[in-house]
Design a protein around this ligand. Structure first.
Ligand code: PRP
Ligand code: URA
Length: 208
């Protein structure tokens, strides 16, 4: 589907399998989430613009390249927290913003409870992260809030997506590309992704 990028690198698929496994405890789950997110960033930033600068090596002056624009990493609380360190390891200069959303268990509608974004967000490229794209309600809401705050260039990165969420997000925000490590089968009646990996927040933080 247009605007959906499924990253199928063998290392990513290997780590995702262990994330899905119910026997994986929260300590390993956290480490794998961080590692997998870092690998995904290579693909997400594949076509990232560069600008020329002149530097001096120990031998001569030369033209070289650095990232052309600043990056803002925006995470959806709580589970997005698990993805941030993997990204910051690779782009330590990124600014970080937080959007607090949780799903109402019955309606599955996202409820907003917190937002703190970089002041300069309009002049940066935004990478929005949340491990799970289920109904797509949380990601769509977060993107709406980001756009209202001036964000112009947004990419959404998750680990597991459901077809329902992809369709919903592409419909509401066709300008936002979705990067995922897997497109799963469907949602169950409680809005969980099948086969999925369960509740990402609970598995990351060991709260259940
Ligand atoms: C999870 C997940 C996403 C959301 C995805 O968060 O981290 O934010 O569900 O579902 P959706 O696509 O149907 O909106 P949850 O609401 O469980 O909150 P938590 O991270 O605080 O546990
Ligand atoms: N949120 C999760 O953490 N997991 C799902 O499968 C769906 C929503």
């Amino acid at each position: 589907m247009n605007g959906l990028i499924i990253i199928q690198h063998p290392l990513i698929q290997h780590k995702l399998t262990h994330l899905r496994d119910r026997k994986t405890d929260h300590m390993v789950f956290r480490r794998l989430t961080k590692e997998l997110t870092g690998f995904m960033l290579y693909e997400v930033m594949k076509d990232y613009p560069l600008k020329d600068i002149t530097i001096e090596t120990p031998l001569i002056k030369c033209q070289s390249h650095v990232l052309a624009r600043e990056i803002s990493i925006i995470l959806i609380l709580r589970a997005g927290l698990g993805m941030v360190d993997g990204l910051l390891d690779l782009v330590p200069s990124a600014r970080v913003g937080h959007i607090g959303l949780y799903r109402n268990e019955e309606t599955l509608e996202p409820i907003e409870y917190y937002m703190k974004l970089p002041n300069s967000i309009a002049n940066t490229d935004v990478i929005l992260v949340d491990p799970m794209l289920a109904t797509g309600g949380s990601a769509a809401k977060a993107i709406e809030l980001l756009k209202k705050s001036g964000a112009q260039s947004i990419k959404f990165v998750c680990m597991v997506a459901a077809p329902e969420g992809v369709q919903n997000l592409r419909k509401q925000h066709p300008d936002v590309s979705i990067y995922t490590a897997a497109l799963d089968e469907k949602l169950n009646e409680q809005g969980y992704i099948l086969p999925g990996l369960g509740d990402a927040g609970d598995r990351l933080f060991g709260t259940k």
